[in-house]
Write a protein that binds this ligand. Sequence first.
Ligand SMILES: Cc1cc2nc3c(=O)[nH]c(=O)nc-3n(C[C@H](O)[C@H](O)[C@H](O)COP(=O)(O)O)c2cc1C
Length: 162
Amino acid sequence: MKKLILALVCAVMMGTMNAETLVAYFSATGTTKAAAEKLAKQHHARLWEIEPAEHYTAADLDWRNPNSRSSVEMNDPDERPMIKQCTDVTPYDTVYIGFPIWWGICPRIINSWLDNNEPQLQGKVLIPFATSGSSGIEEAEAYLKQTYPSLNWQKGLLLNKR
Ligand SMILES: Cc1cc2nc3c(=O)[nH]c(=O)nc-3n(C[C@H](O)[C@H](O)[C@H](O)COP(=O)(O)O)c2cc1C
């Protein structure tokens, strides 16, 4: 009987431990969303979409146009696009943060999210992940470490389909 109770307690604890991982992501056209869903499934993690208050249209995403919304945002390091809804990161020990690579790094909405949550993210394990056309994640990792040096960044994952 004792063994059974111990096994049940362990199973509940394992369940709780798994629930303490969050996969938060921004995706403009669905590629990072698919990668985030897969990652959350693998880690039995909670999934959270970082949604912009204003959706990005195809014209907004035109990197060839210097006046498109994404170009204007990426040209200004202080741009912080508004997010639709706040995330409560307090229950999680490990947080995966996903995004498409824009101009070699993360879109500014990731800065908005990190700025909003920086105090609550202290001491948590943070793992960036990204999808891209061809770029690696290294420049984004270096940028995040430099911009948020107090956070506990781990090695990033590039989750492009091969
Ligand atoms: C504004 C913009 C800038 C981009 N910059 C890069 C880049 O620097 N390097 C790269 O490999 N891909 C770049 N891409 C391609 C995206 O990273 C890639 O298509 C990504 O998988 C899209 O993810 P999503 O569908 O989740 O938005 C860019 C795309 C956009 C819209």
